[in-house]
Write a protein that binds this ligand. Structure first.
Ligand code: F6R
Length: 241
């Protein structure tokens, strides 16, 4: 694992955006695996800015997102599909027909997950996967568990994740309890992985991911086994390393 230490969230975002830009420039028809949440927002902002200056072209890029809440339609204000439109897709020239997320409106979990695995296979797998890190060490919505999930599956979100996502919903009971997520196996098949981590509240998870044992109870720890992982983390997030 390569760890890039940066000062703060702003520098983390610029560094991550630089790495993604390099990928898009070197392979314009690449497949980007994307994440939602606070961690990559600044990265997307930076990419949009550089696109606006004419430095980037997303016209041949395909995107596959990590996860989506089960039970939310794509146009729901808090769906990850809306998040992606708000923060990236609506501001760059990516072809909407080549942006993919799990279908949160599909009630049949088996079908939703099988369909999404088929999409990932059809696009030829992920060139660069962007990840955030949960406070409990989750990646995508792969929560601490007794085994690593190989493929897309439906998860029950843990109390800690529901609590962390609470801020986006009006009432606690509105936070979805389940989500569809890419499996750990799929994440590990990405050619390159880029993790963005900011803030003190991630410091313990980041320490465990980088230095602790590889265990499904700390899902991100599996990244130790991937040959090409870059972690861009700020000083607060690295305070326990
Ligand atoms: C989001 C995702 C999650 C987040 C993680 C960190 O698509 O897969 O694993 O990356 O929960 O969230 P933030 O960045 O909001 O702290």
């Amino acid at each position: 694992m390569k760890i890039l230490r940066v000062k703060d969230y702003r520098e983390m975002s610029r560094t991550a955006a630089n790495i993604i830009s390099a990928q898009v420039i070197l392979k314009p028809e690449c497949v980007l695996g994307l994440a939602t949440g606070s961690s990559p927002e600044g990265t997307y902002r930076q990419l949009v800015e550089w696109y606006g200056k004419g430095d980037l072209d997303f016209s041949r890029v395909t995107t596959v997102n990590l996860d989506e809440y089960k039970g939310l339609t794509a146009d729901h204000e808090q769906s990850y599909a809306r998040f992606m439109h708000r923060h990236l897709f609506d501001h760059v020239n990516v072809d909407p027909a080549r942006t993919f997320l799990p279908d949160g409106s599909e009630p049949d979990s088996e079908r939703a997950c099988a369909d999404y695995d088929a999409v990932i296979e059809r696009v030829g797998g992920v060139d660069l996967q962007l990840l955030g890190l949960g406070r409990n060490g989750h990646i995508g919505f792969n929560e601490p568990d007794s085994a690593f999930a190989p493929r897309t599956h439906c998860v029950r979100l843990t109390a800690s994740t529901i609590e962390a996502n609470r801020r986006f919903f009006e009432r606690a009971e509105d936070v979805p309890r389940e989500a569809y997520t890419m499996g750990i196996g799929t994440i590990l098949r990405a050619k390159k992985i880029l993790v963005v981590v900011s803030g003190e509240d991630k410091a313990e998870a980041l320490r465990a991911v980088c230095r602790g044992p590889v265990t499904p109870s700390m899902p991100g720890s599996i990244l130790q086994f991937h040959p090409d992982v870059t972690i861009v983390a700020d000083e607060a997030a690295l305070s326990r390393l």
